[in-house]
Ligand binder design. Structure first.
Ligand SMILES: Cc1cc2nc3c(=O)[nH]c(=O)nc-3n(C[C@H](O)[C@H](O)[C@H](O)COP(=O)(O)O)c2cc1C
Ligand SMILES: CCCCCCC(=O)C(=O)O
Length: 379
């Protein structure tokens, strides 16, 4: 197979046998991607303590399976708000995917459509909302918003997502500034500065209007950064957005149970428990360890989605058993994309779904809706 462009090392072949485990995916992606690009995806903030804790947290929970419960028909469907999806799996918002593969979000969204998994598109995607929509008409898509200091830009992007038929808005609240990412500082790698994440901005009338005549690359990127860097952000911004859109708003980055009430009062329809894969604040609680208290605080008023650390089907089952309504897949699909574009993402998703199916069967639970009956023991 010929090499695709993107931020890659040249002369390295796509592997004949597609890697299955997360470790193998990471190793292959490392060979194919440039040092800067691979480092950007793999690494996390500060001492990477949260990155490590996110995965080891899963090993502290053990499944207590039930036997002989007729699991011939496994039903993995989930309903969130008005929408039912075939699997409890979403593609997490990941920015700047052209960094990993030339077709970036177009390849990922196509793979998501083929497999039947909703695609969450990042604000800082390499292809615009309209381009992704044109490439994947009639497939479920959500839009992740990085709130802009210029709120007209935020409202404008949300209106574009509405027009494109996206089903929900995800507002990420853990990135009011970039985390302290030592790998990227050492490699001096900034994909935003290189322009990988500007598609939604340069196609946005409110952003371009505010930019005026300074449309050169440097000015544009500086304006993107100035918009996202917004330490003043608070819950009133979510309330303002809730008044402007009829789409459900999911707040991504919740860890503290007391933030659940803040989010609901501001108008959120759902939450995503996440620590951004350890890329923002290091030293936080593992996302999985934050999940039960957030689920309890949500008290079934709003669905609680989960991400940060999902690497395999057993992780998915454990997160769902602890009360998540669905999970988002992050780094595993990014590596699949880096290895073999759309096909690579499809393979990663297929493997995750198959392992989830087998895990549910062997644990004795036939329907995702019943996974709250699965007993987990904290070791
Ligand atoms: C390369 C990369 C880029 C990301 N970009 C975004 C983004 O644009 N918006 C966002 O809300 N989260 C972003 N995330 C965080 C993911 O949505 C998700 O929270 C994280 O990947 C979960 O951790 P995991 O991949 O270790 O499971 C990004 C993650 C990675 C690895
Ligand atoms: C100025 C914030 C840039 C964040 C870009 C994408 C992202 O969320 C990441 O984790 O990387």
């Amino acid at each position: 197979m010929s090499l695709t462009k993107g931020d890659r090392q040249m002369n390295i072949e796509v592997p004949a046998v597609f890697p299955v485990s997360y470790q193998a995916l990471e190793q292959e992606a490392k060979k194919l991607m440039s040092k800067g690009a691979y480092g950007y995806v793999r690494s996390a903030a500060s001492n990477e303590e949260t990155l490590r804790k996110n995965t080891t947290a899963f090993e502290k929970w053990s499944i207590l399976p039930r036997m002989l419960r007729n699991v011939a028909d496994i039903d993995m469907s989930v309903t969130l708000g008005e929408h039912t999806y075939p699997y409890p799996i979403f593609i997490a918002p990941v920015g700047m995917q052209k960094l990993t593969h030339e077709e970036g979000e177009l390849a990922t969204a196509r793979a998501a459509k083929t497999i039947g998994v909703p695609f969450i598109q990042s604000t800082v995607s390499s292809y615009s909302i309209e381009e992704v929509k044109a490439a994947t008409v009639d497939s479920p898509k959500w839009f992740q918003l990085y709130w802009s200091r210029n709120e007209q830009v935020s409202f404008s992007m949300v209106e574009r997502a509405e027009r494109a038929g996206y089903e929900a808005i995800v507002v990420t609240v853990d990135t009011i500034m970039t985390g302290w990412r030592e790998t990227d500082i050492a490699t001096q790698f900034s994909p935003l500065k290189e322009g990988y994440g500007k598609a939604n901005y340069e196609s946005d009338p409110a952003f371009m209007h505010a930019l005026g005549e300074k449309t050169d690359h440097e000015s544009m990127i500086q304006s993107v950064l100035d918009n996202i860097h917004y330490p003043e952000m608070n819950w009133s911004h979510i309330a303002a957005l809730a008044k402007r859109t009829s789409l459900p708003i999911y707040i991504k980055g919740i860890l503290h149970p007391e933030d659940v009430q803040c989010a609901i009062e501001a108008g959120a329809s759902g939450l995503i428990v996440s620590n951004h894969g350890g890329r923002q604040l290091d030293g936080t609680v593992a996302a999985l360890d934050a999940l039960p208290a957030v689920v309890k605080a949500a008290n079934q008023k709003v669905p609680v989605v989960f991400d940060s650390g999902i690497r395999r089907g057993t992780d998915i089952v454990k997160a769902l058993a602890l009360g998540a309504a669905a999970v988002c897949i992050g780094r595993p699909f990014v590596y699949g994309l880096g290895i073999d574009g759309q096909v690579g993402v499809e393979k990663v998703l297929e493997n995750l779904i198959e392992e989830t199916r087998i895990t549910m069967s062997l644990a004795g639970i036939a329907r995702v809706k019943d996974l709250n009956q699965l007993k987990l023991i904290r070791e």
